[in-house]
Design a protein around this ligand. Structure first.
Ligand code: COI
Length: 356
């Protein structure tokens, strides 16, 4: 791997205490090109703009996939990744569905560790703050022909962040638009999934909701995901989350919370949840809490669920009684090296560069 260090760090221009999500990028990037059927030698280099042909396939046909992960700093200044192998595996699953080449897990993990090591001073130290890492792959062959690109770029960029949402959300059960269809790309982190969500989300925002709660296409009678997150509902004392399918992204936070819940004696049912069952239980006051999960948000509680013009308020639940907040705290304690890592999820980023 070729490593070229930046001569000046831009970190002194950044106020790490006042961050808006994703607006400041760290000093370096990982970069690897694919052409003539092979990935070329990967590089870590100072962050720089890309030069792409206006005919690059990504601009016309949206052949692009991404990942989201974080690096965490503990009280001693050590830096950790969380289950990074899950991310490269999911990136490769997304890439396969979009007819893009897979990338070596080993080279990805090595490049990622070196990049985060080099930019370790960009990982903010506050509990809840992190370095958000964005691996992504785009198609860059210059051709307008509507067929798969034969050239690709895989890059990793990093941005210091606070939590994504700072308040609990108002969400609307979507009855018109769909995020995913059977046999489609809903299980991937395809860039187009997010683009297609922006318009229905804007309409929801205009009706005073923060996010939509996606339902299945075309009947809109089963819950799928919420915004860019997986969704959990506590009905009585059971935590229910829609079962993963080709329409639902297999969230790493979702999976980790389910494992933590079972360790903590909280029963989680991964199953189909119909809109009728949810609304019935909202009417009866049986929905004790609901929340979205994802790398960016960790756990984000909902306060309102809207359905066909009626808003159901969820009860105020104290932090120690909330399953969502209890699991969030368990997860963060592992991520920030404050508790024992029974599951072997935390990966120390070894220090091998002296940053000047
Ligand atoms: C993540 O949680 O990493 C996501 O994918 C959300 C992102 C689009 C900000």
């Amino acid at each position: 791997m070729l490593i070229k260090k930046s001569l000046h760090s831009r970190i002194s221009d950044v106020d790490l205490k006042n961050l808006s999500f994703g607006s400041e990028l760290s000093d370096h990037m990982f970069y690897c090109a694919y052409r003539q059927g092979c990935w070329q030698r990967p590089k870590i280099k100072p962050l720089e703009p890309l030069t792409l042909s206006p005919a690059a396939s990504v601009f016309h046909y949206g052949q692009a996939v991404f990942e989201g992960m974080k690096a965490y700093k503990d009280e001693n200044g050590d830096v950790f990744l969380f289950r990074p192998q899950e991310n490269i595996r999911r990136l490769n699953r997304s890439a396969e569905r979009l007819n893009m080449p897979s990338f070596s897990e080993e080279i990805f993990l090595e490049g990622l560790s070196k990049l985060v090591d080099l930019d370790r001073h960009w990982v903010p130290q506050g509990y809840g703050q992190a370095l958000y890492i964005r691996p992504f792959m785009i198609a860059n062959e210059a051709k307008i022909l509507a067929s798969s690109s034969r050239e690709f770029l895989l890059m990793i960029i990093c941005t210091p962040v606070n939590t994504y949402y700072s308040q609990s959300l108002r969400i609307k059960i979507e009855q018109e638009y769909s995020r995913a269809t059977q046999g489609g790309v809903g299980f991937t982190k395809a860039a187009g999934n997010y683009a297609a969500a922006f318009y229905p989300t804007r309409l929801a925002n205009e009706q005073s909701y923060d996010q939509v709660l996606w339902t299945n296409s075309p009947t809109h009678d089963r819950i799928e995901e919420s915004g860019t997150m997986n969704a959990f509902f506590r009905i009585g004392n059971q935590l229910i989350t829609p079962v993963i399918s080709d329409k639902i992204l297999g969230g790493i936070t979702r999976k980790s919370l389910i494992e933590l819940a079972s360790h903590d004696g909280i029963e989680v049912q991964e199953r189909e949840l119909t809109v009728a069952e949810l609304v019935e239980n909202l009417k009866k006051g049986m929905v004790k809490e609901a929340f979205g999960t994802g790398t960016a948000v960790v756990v984000c509680p909902y306060k309102i669920i809207g359905y066909q013009g009626k808003d159901f308020s969820l009860p105020q639940i104290s932090d120690d009684k909330s399953f969502g907040l209890r699991l969030k705290s368990r997860l963060m304690e592992i991520q920030y090296n404050r508790s024992e890592d029974f599951f072997g999820w935390r990966k120390l980023v070894k220090s091998s560069f002296t940053v000047g």
